[in-house]
Design a protein around this ligand. Structure first.
Ligand SMILES: Nc1ncnc2c1ncn2[C@@H]1O[C@H](COP(=O)(O)OP(=O)(O)OP(=O)(O)O)[C@@H](O)[C@H]1O
Ligand SMILES: [Mg+2]
Length: 259
């Protein structure tokens, strides 16, 4: 059986996509799963956090979109493995932002990533795609390639506007895909002391029902600390609330798949 592919997506910026890609990647690895995290955001936040600075990295996720790409050769060049990092990683670069124009004439341009992942799927249990915060050819490629879309939703009022756009994209894709896009929402940056947060969480649960994870990620300053030191939260404090919650999310994802 091939890898489960999770597109971690939300058009709204700063909701915890990159944090989820890296921390869930680490959590699944700690549960003995073989994980690949792919940075698809031209801003390369995940890459920079792991010290793969775009100016120093020659081969990136962008290589997969070349016209004549031989996928297994390309994966060999772009997958980074290193001591101390428990999952494999593919960095991003700013040129990913030019794909919209570069792929204009390309046929089946929404299928490129899906076809590429088919080539390596057997080597991984999970492939996590850190998506950019806007609709475009990269997001479509990620959703088409995915087994399901994980949507981090910041538990504040404005966040609800953000997901409307994403649902529009999913609806649009559903019209052309052989089977409907599956998605699950992950409440993030939750502050249980704030009444507004609690209200929004209730609203999300009412609207989306069992398409919301049971796990809720609370606000935890350790995330920023980890980010600033180029690590994930589990490396700096595995007993912190944020660490325990991402481990719980990883278990929930593994369990869902078995049921
Ligand atoms: N649960 C949390 N508690 C506190 N801070 C968090 C939490 N999750 C993420 N953060 C912090 O919030 C900021 C934004 O998170 P992140 O970069 O993961 O969002 P994003 O959705 O990937 O943003 P973008 O859309 O810009 O790519 C980061 O500084 C991160 O460290
Ligand atoms: Mg990000």
């Amino acid at each position: 059986m091939g890898a489960k592919v999770l597109a971690i997506a939300n058009q709204k910026g700063g909701v915890g996509k990159t944090t989820t890609a890296l921390t869930l990647g680490e959590s699944l690895s700690r549960l003995s799963k073989k994980v690949l995290v792919v940075d698809l955001d031209p801003h390369a936040n995940a890459s920079v956090q792991l010290s793969y600075f775009p100016e120093n990295v020659q081969h990136t996720a962008h290589d997969l979109f070349f016209d004549d790409a031989n996928y297994s050769e390309v994966w060999n060049k772009i997958i980074k493995k290193r001591e101390g990092l428990s999952f494999d990683f593919v960095p991003a670069c700013i040129r990913l932002s030019e794909l919209e124009v570069d792929l204009k004439e390309r046929k089946h341009k929404g299928m490129i990533l899906s076809n590429a992942i088919d080539e390596i799927s057997e080597y991984y249990d999970y492939v996590l795609l850190d998506c950019p915060p806007h609709v475009g050819v990269l997001l479509v490629n990620a959703i088409v390639a995915s087994s399901f879309v994980l949507i981090p939703i910041q538990t504040d009022f404005l966040a609800l506007y953000g997901i409307r756009l994403l649902f529009d994209t999913i609806k649009m894709l559903n019209k052309v895909m052989p089977s409907p896009v599956r998605f699950r929402a992950l409440p993030t940056m939750y502050d249980g002391r704030a009444g507004a947060c609690r209200k929004i969480l209730n609203l999300i649960r009412r609207k989306l029902g069992d398409r919301v994870f049971s796990t809720v990620i609370h606000i935890d300053t350790k995330f920023r600390e980890a980010c600033a030191s180029g690590k994930v939260i589990l490396d700096i404090d595995p007993r912190s609330r944020g660490s325990l919650e991402y481990m719980q999310l990883a278990r929930e994802i593994i369990r869902n798949e078995d049921s």
